[in-house]
Structure formats: C-alpha cells, structure tokens
Design a protein around this ligand. Structure first.
Ligand code: SF4
Ligand code: FES
Length: 251
C-alpha cells in the first residue's frame, strides 16, 4: 500500500435548477488500497468536519452489482478501467499528484439531482414499458422442463449481466439507451418465457425510449467501451432486428 495526494475538480450543483460549477479540492492522503468511493468518503468526512456540504453521490452495494454508482472520471463513465464500476475502481490506478475531474453522467434523460447524483428513473420507465413476461398461475415450472441450448442460455445470461447503471447513455454522443434496451430485449427474446410479448415489448420499449428523450444509435461503440459489464453491441443488432420484425408484423 502507498499513499498518494490528488487534486480533485468536482462538479457541485445544489439541485436540478441551480447552476453547477467545478470546485477544486485537495484529497489529502489517500491509500492506494481505497476504492474511488472511499476516497470521496474521506473527502466528505473532512468537508463535514469543516462545516461544508459533503459531495452527494449515488452508491449502494459497492461490489459492482447494483448499478447505483456512477460518475464521469476524467472523461470516462465509471473511470478509465475496462469493465469496472466506479465503486470497484481502486486508487492504485492513479498516481501521486494526478488531477482528477469528477462530474455527473450527462444526458437529456438523466437530470442532475445534486452534485454527482442523477435521476435515472427513465430506465425504470423503460423497463416498465416492456420488461415483463406472462406467467401462468400455478406452481413454478421445473427449470429443466424447458430445454434451452447452452449457447442460447449463455447469450441470455450475458445480456442479463446489465446492472442498469446508465454509463452507456452517459458515454454516447447521442445519449442513446440502445445498449441498455438491447440487453433487456435480448435477455427475454432469447428465452421461451419471453416469447408471448416479444413483438409488443420491442415496439413499446423503443417507442418509450424515444419519448423519454434518449437519442438513437449511430454506431459510435462508446457504450460498449464504457459498459462495466461488457455488454456487447450485438445486443443492439438483435434489438434492431426485433424491432423491424415487430413493426413489420404489427397493424
Ligand atoms: S448496458 Fe452496461 S453501461 Fe448500460 S446500463 Fe447496462 S451495465 Fe450499465
Ligand atoms: S455501488 Fe453497486 S455497482 Fe457500484
């Protein structure tokens, strides 16, 4: 373990209506064993003791599984480490004397609530618009009663790894949610349980995405590069196929 000192430039914004600005802070001594969020915890302790407002940021599991954390660090959603959420980014990936610029995810559909906290409830609206399956009443079916090939099961499992963090939206120049929606559509389109609403789901989710102000995909692939769960843009290709098929078959 070693100790580093950092110059921090952090976006401070009182609420969604207020004008935001970058404020500079010195981190003080930071252990390289700390996570990025622990580094902000230490800063916040000091700010609180000094009678200042701590930096607001979202987090929950701190294990890379809940999707709550997220900020843009030196221009990268979740920081520069591949396939890593902000809570799993460790300070050993920074050097003594570095300047770190920390700002919220920026997208029309994600309003800044305070400092680094953005409102990602648009994702909940997207999920509600199509992310369901019909379940007949009765006892739960034995998993093995529905044969699924290993390849399809693996593809569905890969899609289900999406934690809904929103980094794909924040890193896309069009603030598109296609990777997120593609993962959710794929997960259900690949499995037998997702078949009854398959076409309706594709139409509803894409139409809702447009209504919520997310942009479209122009094949920049920034979403794939920023995704902490390695969600592939193949899922966007499947989403496009699902949508075209559903639109063709609809009235
Ligand atoms: S696709 Fe990746 S970046 Fe987008 S919400 Fe899911 S986990 Fe986050
Ligand atoms: S806090 Fe849960 S993924 Fe980062």
């Amino acid at each position: 373990m070693s100790i580093i000192n950092l110059h921090l430039k952090i976006w401070r914004q009182e609420n969604s209506k207020a004008q935001g600005r970058f404020v500079s802070y010195e981190s003080g001594p930071v252990s390289t064993d700390m996570s990025f969020l622990e580094m902000i915890d230490v800063l916040n302790e000091r700010l609180t003791l000094d009678g200042q407002e701590p930096v607001a940021f979202d987090h929950d599991c701190r294990e890379g599984i809940c999707g709550m954390c997220g900020a843009v660090v030196n221009g990268h959603a979740h920081g520069h480490k591949n396939a890593t959420t902000l809570c799993q980014l460790h300070m050993r990936h920074f050097s003594d004397g570095d300047t770190i610029v920390i700002e919220p995810f920026r997208a029309r559909a994600f309003k800044v609530v305070k400092d680094l906290v953005v409102d990602r409830s648009a994702f909940d609206t997207l999920i509600a618009s199509g992310g369901y399956v019909s379940v007949n009443t009765g006892g739960a079916q034995d998993g093995n009663a529905i044969p699924i090939s290993q390849k399809i099961a693996d593809q569905a499992l890969d899609a289900s790894a999406c934690i809904g963090c929103g980094a794909c939206v924040a890193s896309c120049p069009n603030a598109s949610a296609m990777l997120f929606v593609g993962a959710k559509i794929s997960q259900l389109a690949l499995l037998p349980q997702g078949q009854p609403e398959r076409a309706k789901r594709a139409l509803d989710m894409l139409n809702t995405m447009d209504l919520l102000g997310f942009g479209n995909c122009s094949n920049e692939r920034e979403c794939e590069a920023a995704c902490p769960k390695n969600i592939s843009i193949r899922h966007i290709a499947r989403l496009n196929r699902e949508y075209i098929k559903a639109a063709f078959l609809s009235d």
